[in-house]
Ligand binder design. Structure first.
Ligand code: HEC
Ligand code: HEC
Length: 212
C-alpha cells in the first residue's frame, strides 16, 4: 500500500476529532452512556424497547419522569408486587444505580436519545370514543396533546407504546402499580384507571396513539 492511503486512514478520525473535540459531551452524559450498557440489554441500544421482554420504549422520555420511576423501582415503590413480573425484571437494574449521581446520569442519557416509533402497534380500539374519554378525564393531567405535565407528575403519553400503556392501565386498575402508600402520583393515576373497562382502555389508547 502506498503511504499516502495510510495517511488517509489517520486523517479521517483526526478530522472528526478536530470537528467534534470542541463540543465534548458534558461529563454526566458519557457516564450515563456507560451505565446505559446494562439497560440496553432489555430496552435496546436506541431505547426503543423490546415487547418480547415486555420492556418499554424509554428513549426521549423526560429526565424528571425517568428519574422518578428509577427511584420508585430502586426503593421498591414500583416493581415489588407479586403479580408484577415485568416490574420485577426491571427492578434489579435500578438497584445497581447505587453511586451518587448514577441515577441522574443514566436518566439524562436516556432523555437525550431521540424517541423511536419502532414497536408501535395500534390496538383494535375506537379512537373516536377514546377522544371523549381523553378530553374529559386524561387531558387535565397528561395535557390536551398528551405531552405530559411535570408539575402533576404526568408523563407524555404520546411517546409511549400502545401495548405498554394497556399493561400499565390494567396494572393501575388492579393495584399492581400505584398500590404502595409512598406512591402519591401512582395513587392519583389509579383512581382514573379504576373507572375504565378494558374496552375503554383500548379506545383511549387508540386515540392517544393517533396523537403521535
Ligand atoms: C432485565 C431487563 C431490563 C433491564 C436490564 C432494564 N430494564 Fe427498564 N424495564 C424493563 C421492563 C420489563 C420494564 C416494564 C416494567 C413494567 O411493565 O412496569 C421496564 C421499565 C422501565 C422504565 C419505566 C418506563 C415507564 O414508561 O414508566 C424505565 C424508566 C426504565 N425501565 C429504565 C431503565 C434503565 C435506565 C435501565 C438501566 C439502568 C433499565 N431500565 C434496565 C426491563 C429492564
Ligand atoms: C390526576 C392526574 C391524572 C389523570 C386525570 C390521568 N393520569 Fe395517567 N398518570 C398520572 C400520573 C401522575 C402518572 C405517573 C404515575 C407514576 O409516577 O408512576 C400517570 C401515568 C400514566 C400511565 C403510565 C405511563 C408509563 O409510562 O408507565 C398511563 C398509561 C396513563 N397515565 C394513562 C392515563 C389515561 C389513559 C388517563 C385518562 C383515562 C389518565 N392517565 C388520567 C396522572 C393522571
Amino acid at each position: 500500500m502506498p503511504s499516502g492511503s495510510r495517511k488517509a486512514h489517520w486523517a479521517l478520525p483526526l478530522l472528526i476529532w478536530g470537528l467534534t473535540g470542541c463540543r465534548a459531551p458534558p461529563p454526566n452524559v458519557s457516564r450515563g452512556e456507560a451505565l446505559f450498557d446494562m439497560c440496553s440489554l432489555c430496552h435496546g441500544r436506541d431505547g426503543s424497547g423490546n415487547p418480547g421482554l415486555r420492556a418499554s420504549a424509554i428513549a426521549g422520555l423526560p429526565q424528571w419522569y425517568i428519574e422518578g420511576q428509577l427511584e420508585k423501582f430502586r426503593t421498591g415503590i414500583r416493581g415489588t408486587h407479586p403479580e408484577d413480573a415485568p416490574g420485577m425484571l426491571m427492578r434489579p437494574s435500578a438497584v445497581t444505580l447505587s453511586e451518587e449521581g448514577d441515577l441522574q446520569a443514566v436518566a439524562e442519557y436516556v432523555a437525550s436519545l431521540p424517541p423511536v416509533r419502532g414497536n408501535f402497534v395500534v390496538l383494535e380500539g375506537q379512537a373516536a370514543a377514546g377522544a371523549t374519554t381523553y378530553a374529559s378525564v386524561c387531558s387535565a393531567c397528561h395535557g390536551p396533546d398528551a405531552t405530559g405535565n411535570e408539575l402533576l407528575g404526568a408523563p407524555p403519553l404520546a411517546l409511549i407504546d400502545a401495548w405498554y400503556m394497556l399493561t400499565q392501565l390494567r396494572n393501575f386498575k388492579t393495584g399492581v402499580r400505584g398500590h404502595h402508600p409512598g406512591d402519591t402520583w401512582g395513587m392519583t393515576m389509579r383512581i382514573n384507571a379504576e373507572a375504565l373497562s378494558d374496552d375503554d382502555m383500548k379506545d383511549v389508547i387508540a386515540y392517544i396513539s393517533s396523537l403521535r
